[in-house]
Design a protein. Structure first.
Length: 333
């Protein structure tokens, strides 16, 4: 199929984006200046773990089982093929098939964000179009980083502009310096926020000053900032973030949605108490034990975690006990 034909056939998600915008009344948090966003990203998005069978093949039946359980949690939507989805370890066909599987199972009022970032601009455009065809509502595009020394502000602005010009669905920037070694420069974010097809950023760096400045500098644009971790979710909301893409939501989805609600209602003491109980478990399934820890914790809460793909290794028995102790000490087990 020619690129132009594929592009035209993929316009449906963008055309109905306004229909899926769900405005909410928020007493606790003020809405940034400017008009109502064209696509509302306010709320919690779990970046789904990709389930694998013991032979390390994608286990679509277990994926569907996890999705059925997540359907009862008031998430704004789901992120597929983010860092926690072991995105770099999936082949191109698997990536599209996973998105298609999630789209079939996901209620239409839930947004589907799909990771489509590749190292080259051309490959990113091609995969973004494929994600749109598979049913994604939004493309989540991580910074290219292999030649990070050459990834200047100008190079990154050009990359994201080309991708967003060609994308049939809205684009969310993705800065995850812990994995890429590259922080998307503030100057690039401010410039790209003016692009009509770039609607936000997921920032996983944890620098609250930076996030607050992003909100401030893009307040006149149709642009939303998403916190990339549950550990600093409350602080992110306090400086104007719209929502959170939080690995811990794979495990503790309801409490994170409760934290989102408490912040929006201005119940700051209750929100602070809950945030404190989430910090250590979040650190355990992100920086400390990573995806193997996340998948192990999922099993304790009734989800399928299963193995990771090599070379990611399972936790040792001592690590499992430390992980369990972290959840128990904070009242979750």
């Amino acid at each position: 199929m020619a690129f132009s034909t594929r592009l035209a056939s993929s316009l449906r998600p963008a055309q109905v984006a306004l229909h899926w915008a769900v405005p909410r009344q928020c007493r606790g948090l003020s809405t940034p200046q400017g008009s109502e966003p064209s696509l509302d990203l306010r709320g919690i998005f779990p970046p789904l773990a990709t389930p694998f069978s013991p032979s390390q093949e994608v286990d679509y039946a277990q994926l569907e089982g996890n999705l059925r359980r997540y359907a009862s949690i008031p998430f704004r939507g789901l992120v597929v093929l983010g860092s926690n989805g072991e995105y770099p370890y999936l082949g191109p066909r698997e990536r599209v098939e996973v998105v298609s599987c999630v789209r079939r199972a996901l209620p239409r009022d839930r947004l589907l964000l799909a990771g489509s970032g590749c190292e080259s601009t051309q490959a990113t455009i091609e995969l973004t179009v494929s994600m749109a065809e598979a049913g994604a509502d939004v493309a989540l595009v991580v910074t290219p980083c292999y030649y990070r020394g050459a990834m200047t502000t100008a190079a990154l602005v050009h990359h994201y502009t080309e991708v967003s010009d060609a994308s049939p669905i809205p684009v969310v920037l993705y800065s995850v310096p812990a994995n890429t070694g590259l922080d998307l420069p503030m100057e690039a974010v401010i410039t790209l926020a003016q692009h009509p097809n770039i609607i936000g950023i997921k920032d996983s760096g944890g620098d609250i000053t930076r996030m607050g400045l992003m909100v401030h500098k893009t307040r006149q644009e149709d642009f939303q900032v998403l916190a990339g971790s549950a550990g600093f979710l409350l602080a992110s909301y306090a400086v104007g973030a719209s929502g959170g893409v939080c690995a811990l939501a794979n495990v503790l989805g309801d409490p994170l949605c409760q934290l989102d609600r408490l912040c929006r209602e201005g119940q700051w003491q209750e929100a602070r108490d809950l945030q404190h109980r989430l910090i250590e478990p979040n650190t355990a399934v992100t920086r400390r034990f990573g995806i193997p820890g996340l998948k192990k914790a999922m099993e304790w809460f009734g989800y399928y975690g299963g193995p990771c793909r090599a070379p990611l290794a399972p936790l040792s028995p001592a690590q499992v006990e430390e992980l369990r102790s972290t959840f128990s000490a904070n009242g979750w087990l």
